[in-house]
Design a protein around this ligand. Sequence first.
Ligand code: NSS
Length: 428
Amino acid sequence: MTNIKEALEKDLKEVSLRGWIYRKRELKDKIFVVLRDKDEIIQCVFSKENFDEKSWKELLELQIEASIEVFGFVREDPRAPNGKEVEVKNYKIFDKGLPFPLHGREEVSTIMKYRHLWIRSRKFNAILKIKATLMQALREWLEKNEYIEVNPPIIIPVAVEEVQTLFEINYFDKKAYLTQSSQLYLEALIYSLEKVYCLAPSFRAEKSRTRRHLHEYWHLEIESAWYDLKDIMRDAESMVKYGIEKVIEKNEKELKFLKRDTKILENYVEKPFEKITYEKAIEILQSKGLNINYGDDLGADEERVLTLEFEVPIFVTHYPRKLKAFYMKESGNGKTVENFDLLASEGYGEIIGGSQREDDYEILKNKIIEWNLPLEKYEWYLDLRRYGSVPHSGFGLGIERMLMWVCKLEHIRDTLPFPRLRETEILI
Ligand code: NSS
């Protein structure tokens, strides 16, 4: 058994290839089939003279996505999609298939209904390969930098981020939630391991329907003892750069298929990221004519405008304390917090949210009260400030957000095989 990549790259005479029919064209005495497998496509020609009548009839019945095996001779053919063609001598049909319901350019609702079939597309194949590289590369970076992988629970008792986005579940007749973030557990774990990370799904019952919000996404979170804001920003930049570098290195073909300009990506690896404060960001936005004031949150539109001002990703730091979560360390006499959002370029916006954490028991306790959170449920978290509290920082990176940017996709749904989105029912 050979695969299509070998048939294209090596100097083979005879091949036997398995795959699915990607395209089919019938002439009077020839059938042209483009066969696809996990990596490539190749044109296969069936000539009538080589087959008996029964076989020819069977071949005419093959549908798009039929699964077959072909045996034949490879030859150069500049007119064929990848410059080579197989003259088929024999074949085996696994399933001749029914008429395939997708032809390309379907409405989103149709694509979601047939998502289990749509994911065979070459575009999605390329995206998934890039995603695998990215996840592996980020893990590699973490290992090189002495972060230890840990596995906090998915079912949680209290909010980490906004209460409104919690997914409630019935946990043996008691309320519990699906995790929004593993941060609080990672904070507990640094007292043993100092540098930890986890890669797990997070859940958000977001009210907004946007091109960048999922209800379930893969969240890479890291936490480090002894780190302040600038330390954690250094790691965020280095990790993102490493991830992009590996994708450029390993997925040249897939990036090309997606028409992603690798020069732009190389720029992100080579040039230092921009750093601006929230205050400065507001000034820039005002100078661009946006109706925004100090104290307003930056939404997708504002982030977009900001990223188009710079050639590289931007760290926006020191947001007003009220705009951000209770656990962030205060600065600027309690006006701001020691936080950053990393905004991906070309309009993509936030891919990472991170901060130095409040390590003072009294301040943290008062903020939990001020944020109207049930203090008794955070006692265990406050214990972390009672027994050997240390300065520490961390961040969370949305894998799909980063992938969407790296692949330059229009919508976040195409970063996952079975996305959970508000506008589409869960059918599969
Ligand atoms: O809410 S975050 O900004 N921050 C946290 O959850 C921190 N507790 C993380 C930490 O410090 N350990 O979310 C972090 C990232 C954010 O920048 C996005 O990239 C991604 O998680 N994110 C999402 N991706 C897709 N869909 C949705 N709804 C979503 N929400 C956040």
